[in-house]
Structures are given as structure tokens and as C-alpha cells.
Write a protein that binds this ligand. Structure first.
Ligand code: GDP
Ligand code: MG
Length: 293
């Protein structure tokens, strides 16, 4: 199997998100964008018989307004050095401008194999309008491949996956292939709280405890506000989780908050409520609601 990292770079609006969704399709596995606070953020994972493609977003490189300062160039370069392939996404409808020049320069300097992906080819009419665009890009850099695609119609995407796999090293998947469900920031918050409950109350609390995130408010850049509900099956369990004078609840909240602050790299305001739903773990609808299929 071949597995590795592919950076998807391009200025805003070229269709990065659309392409990613189209490439991954049903197999989407979005990992928290804050999960990797360092150079690269995983934005999607695609797994199949041939292996695994881990798509990463390289934060520094998309900014191109004004002068791309040395720090940003260096950050962008450092992040590109870690990947196996760079896919430079541009619009097939127009010749390269300033932002494309800068991105291509950074990619060249990284020395990584680069594929030029000309997106939105569905709106290039007549088709020979593509020729001057291809010509302009080939004068800009010596790309490994140049491929017209449409993230919208799916044109060219099978071929694009082939081009990626051909450049990935022989390696087993980095992430479990069954990790196909969406792992969202809400899920991570819920799991962290659940983990703290088990850390503190392993003996007393059965596995029929679920955590639901009621709100996950990122509107304040200085403070992430999370409201969570811990669901148990009996009043007695509720009492245990709240503890004497609310002491246990406070301890669960403090531990979870500390961990979430580290994870999300921001201050966190965490509110936890406890709710009894009798026999929820035996009710299929409730099970689905709490993420158990
Ligand atoms: P991003 O900012 O690079 O992530 O770009 P988005 O994926 O958000 O796409 C920006 C816009 O371009 C959206 O309106 C998309 O629907 C549109 N778009 C993306 N890919 C295509 C394509 O292949 N063809 C056409 N016609 N539009 C596209
Ligand atoms: Mg986007």
C-alpha cells in the first residue's frame, strides 16, 4: 500500500474545500482543525485499497495579501517540506496573477513534487481557452504534472487520485481505516469530559454515561464557550456525578477544562449539566443521538 501526505495549496476561492470533499466523498474523515497546532493541519483522510492519502492544509501559504513576509514564507516552506506531494490548486479560467506567482515560488523552493491542478474546467468554454492558461503556468514552473479538473462535476478526479498515489511512498495507513466517521471538535470536547468522568468515577459510573455538547461557541476569539450535558440513566448516578456540594462536578469540569484549553490552545469556559434519561442506552433513537450506531 502507498500512504502519505498531500498538501492542497491555493488562494481562497479556488475550490480547495470543494475539491477535498469531492476527492474524499463518502469516505470523509475530518479531523479537528485544531488537533495539530503545529505546521500542518489535517483536513481530510482518504483510505482505500491502494492506501491512504492524508490531506493537509498549510496555514501560512494561503495568505498573500500585501507582502508575504519572511516569517510567513518560512512557515509555509517548513510545512511543505513535511509532505510527499504538493497539489497547487488554481483556476483554469485565468492566467496566473500575483498570488499564484507567490504560491508557485514557495512550492518551487520546497523542492517537493508538485502537481498543478487547474480547477473549474467545467466553465472553460470553449475548451481551447485552457491552452494559454496551461502555457502561462508551464512557463512559471516545471510541474510534475498539470491536470484540468472540476471539483464540481468530478471530471479528472480519478486521474488526480492516481497521480497522488503514484507519488506516495510504500507505507501502511497512518490512521485507522475504520476511522471514517466525522471527528469534530464537539466530539473531542465530549470525549474529554467523558474521559474525566471515568478517571474520577471508574467504579461508580457504568458505561451508560453519555456526553452531549449543547453548544460550542467560537464567536469570541479569546474564549471558547462549551456547554455540555452528561446523560445518565438513574437519579443515583446523577448524584454521584454531582458529588457532595457539587465537588465531583467541579473536579470533572476543572480537569476537562484544563485539557481542552491545551488542546484548543485557547481559554475555555465550560458548563456541564447532568440529565437523567431513564434507560437511554436501551433506546435506539437515544443511542443514535449520542453517536452510538
Ligand atoms: P476554497 O476557498 O479554496 O476552499 O474554495 P471553495 O471550495 O469554498 O469554492 C469556492 C467557490 O468555487 C464555491 O462557490 C464553489 O462552489 C466554486 N467551485 C469550486 N470548485 C468548482 C468547480 O470545479 N467548478 C465550478 N464551476 N465552481 C467551483
Ligand atoms: Mg475553503
Amino acid at each position: 500500500m502507498h500512504s502519505g501526505y498531500v498538501a492542497l495549496v491555493g488562494r481562497p476561492n479556488v475550490g480547495k474545500s470543494t475539491l477535498m470533499n469531492a476527492l474524499i466523498g463518502e469516505k470523509i474523515s475530518i479531523v479537528s482543525s485544531r488537533a495539530q497546532t503545529t505546521r500542518n493541519r489535517i483536513s481530510g483522510i482518504y483510505t482505500e485499497d491502494r492506501g491512504q492519502i492524508v490531506f493537509v492544509d498549510t496555514p501560512g501559504i494561503h495568505r498573500g495579501e500585501g507582502n508575504l513576509n519572511r516569517y510567513m514564507v518560512e512557515t509555509a516552506l517548513a510545512s511543505l517540506k513535511d509532505v510527499d506531494v504538493v497539489a497547487v490548486l488554481v483556476e483554469a479560467t485565468r492566467e496566473p496573477g500575483d498570488q499564484e506567482h507567490r504560491i508557485v515560488e514557495a512550492v518551487k523552493a520546497s523542492g517537493r513534487p508538485a502537481i498543478l491542478v487547474l480547477n473549474k474546467v467545467d466553465v472553460v468554454k470553449p475548451a481551447d481557452r485552457l491552452l494559454p492558461v496551461l502555457d502561462a503556468y508551464s512557463r512559471l514552473a516545471d510541474f510534475d504534472e498539470m491536470i484540468p479538473v472540476s471539483a464540481l462535476t468530478g471530471e479528472g478526479l480519478d486521474r488526480l487520485r492516481e497521480l497522488f498515489y503514484a507519488r506516495l511512498p510504500e507505507h501502511p495507513p497512518f490512521f485507522p481505516p475504520d476511522q471514517l466517521t466525522e471527528v469534530t471538535e464537539r466530539f473531542i470536547a465530549a470525549e474529554t469530559i467523558r474521559e474525566k468522568i471515568f478517571e474520577l468515577l471508574r467504579q461508580e459510573i457504568p458505561y451508560s454515561t453519555a456526553v452531549e455538547i449543547e453548544s460550542f461557541d467560537e464567536s469570541d476569539p479569546a474564549m471558547l464557550r462549551i456547554a455540555a450535558v452528561v446523560v445518565v440513566e438513574r437519579e443515583g448516578q446523577k448524584g454521584i456525578i454531582i458529588g457532595k456540594g457539587g465537588g465531583m462536578m467541579k473536579e470533572i469540569g476543572t480537569r476537562a477544562r484544563h485539557e481542552l484549553e491545551k488542546f484548543f490552545a485557547t481559554r475555555v469556559f465550560l458548563e456541564i449539566f447532568v440529565k437523567v434519561i431513564p434507560n437511554w442506552s436501551k433506546n435506539p433513537a437515544e443511542l443514535r443521538r449520542f453517536g452510538y450506531e
